[in-house]
Design a protein around this ligand. Structure first.
Ligand code: SF4
Ligand code: SF4
Length: 486
């Protein structure tokens, strides 16, 4: 019995093979050019490149980018993404293997790599993963166009990539089915999807000439679609195939990443915070470019739920789109259904104030729910705090009402502006030991809220927690400006 083997160029004339290689070369070159243009947008500052904790970073990348640990916490989107991601990886590897088989083994060694049992496994694996890909794409279409999830984006980039991936997959299956319908090799059952389609084609009893002609036309069309896919990849949301794992790898790995970043060189700096596009570091540029527009941050944001203008997803996508617009690259104008969202993205627009409104920046509660949810480790809060720093320290723009609070804090150390000496007033008439007089022991920490809030003052205090008589605990007495004495 004839040993199974991969007959990759069945029915393909030499000129079509040349067309295929030239088109793939053009597509890959266009992709490299596109990625280079995109990367050139990142490196616009002289910030230092420092790579530490490489082991932890690699582990994060394996768990969160390859293993998609955060995505898996939501069943439907997690399954959908896993099917498409792994199918894409397996199909890509299958294409590489087929190229090695055809262009290296056959051409230079007159031998076949994909034959016998290896070929059987290859065929069934690629067929099944191709099917998974179609199912995953179907799930994506359902979420977008049937369920119409409000946390997703609906711009040209997503429509084009979903359509392109679907067409590439379908034409791949059709080419296989047409070949099987003519050749009918004894091992065709190892390609279950292609074989089923070949049987369906047989029902119409087309002649061999029609099958061969259609096969060649679809083979060329498939190659053309793949060329377009490579060429447009750097300009579409699928660029996250590259930017998201990179961002996960480079994300903060300190044990307490919830702490706010201090302002570096505060004494020397001529401007503070993030107000203009130029203020974005290369890390921040890569970070906003890594957004997958999944909307998980939007779904958990209390500010967005409360009806404020802040939507963490829009904030990140606005930053990215402004960066792309300044670099002359195409960008998406996103908008969830029914929300009438229109970002003010245009060359030369002021980042904070025009693209992102002051109200948006001040609406954040810094709860970090968005950061916790983001599957690709985007740090929304750092960006928002930087924008606030710009507004307060550089532009001198603060929301109504906060000026008084800031002035009070500066003058009296408490937001209400009460005399600092009143800090211990609440304890008047109570037998509350003072540590300085009593010495040592446990220490209930009294913040400004308890110490200065008038409701907690003697005439109105609801309760006071103090150490048991004879205990070693006590309070620190407040100093003349309300500060706690040591
Ligand atoms: S940190 Fe700000 S942007 Fe993020 S979820 Fe909380 S309120 Fe929304
Ligand atoms: S910022 Fe993160 S969570 Fe929000 S849409 Fe982008 S990838 Fe999703």
């Amino acid at each position: 019995m004839l040993e199974p083997f991969r007959d990759s160029l069945w029915n393909i004339p030499a000129w079509a093979v040349v067309v295929m290689y030239v088109s793939q070369g053009v597509g890959v070159l266009a992709m490299i050019y596109g990625f280079a243009r995109r990367a050139s947008l990142y490196f616009q500052d002289a910030q230092e490149w420092k790579l530490d904790n490489v082991g932890t970073r690699l582990r994060h990348t394996l768990v969160y980018a390859v293993g998609q640990a955060k995505l898996a916490t939501q069943k439907f989107p997690g399954l959908m993404h896993a099917m498409m991601f792994w199918a894409f990886v397996v199909l890509f590897m299958g294409t590489v293997l087929a190229t090695v088989d055809q262009d290296i083994m056959e051409l230079f060694f007159d031998s076949k790599l994909l034959r016998g049992n290896l070929y059987r496994v290859y065929e069934i694996t690629l067929d099944l993963f191709g099917l998974f890909f179609l199912v995953g794409l179907g799930m994506a279409v359902k979420r977008r166009y049937v369920d119409r999830s409000t946390r997703l984006s609906y711009d040209w980039g997503w429509r084009m990539m979903l359509g392109l991936l679907f067409a590439i997959n379908l034409t791949g299956f059709l080419v296989e089915a047409l070949r099987l319908a003519v050749v009918e090799p004894p091992w065709q059952g190892w390609s279950p999807v292609g074989y089923a389609m070949a049987l369906a084609i047989d029902l119409f009893s087309p002649g061999e000439a029609v099958l061969r002609g259609t096969h060649l036309a679809l083979w060329l069309f498939h190659a053309l679609l793949v060329m377009v896919f490579w060429g447009v990849l750097p300009y579409t949301p699928l660029v996250h195939l590259v930017t998201s794992p990179l961002n996960v790898f480079l994300a903060r790995v300190e044990p307490h990443p919830q702490a706010l970043r201090p302002i570096s060189d505060i004494e020397e700096a001529e401007s503070w915070g993030l107000g203009r596009l130029e203020d974005l570091s290369w890390r921040q540029r890569l970070m906003v470019d890594a957004c997958t527009e999944c909307g998980r941050c939007q779904a958990v944001c209390p500010a967005w739920a409360a009806g404020t203008p802040l939507n963490p997803k829009y904030l990140i996508v606005d930053l990215r789109n402004q960066m792309l617009a300044e670099g002359g690259l195409p960008h998406s104008a996103i908008g969830g259904f029914g929300e009438g969202y229109r970002p003010d993205i245009r060359r030369g627009a002021q980042l904070v104030g025009e693209v992102i409104s002051d109200d948006t920046v001040w609406a954040c509660t810094t709860c970090r729910a968005c950061v916790y949810e983001c599957p690709v480790f985007i740090e929304h809060v750092d960006l928002i705090v930087d924008m606030r720093r710009y507004l307060v320290m550089d532009a001198g723009r603060t929301p109504e009402g906060i000026n008084l609070t800031l002035r009070n804090l500066e003058r009296t150390g408490n937001p209400w502006g009460h005399p600092p000496g009143d800090r211990m007033k609440w304890a008047e008439g109570l037998d509350v030991p003072i540590m300085k007089e009593k010495g040592g022991g446990g220490l209930p920490l009294l913040g400004g809220m308890c110490g200065q809030l008038r409701r907690a003052q003697p005439e109105d205090r609801p309760c006071v927690c103090a150490p048991a008589p004879g205990g070693r605990g006590g309070l620190r007495r407040a100093g003349p400006r309300g500060e706690l004495q040591r």
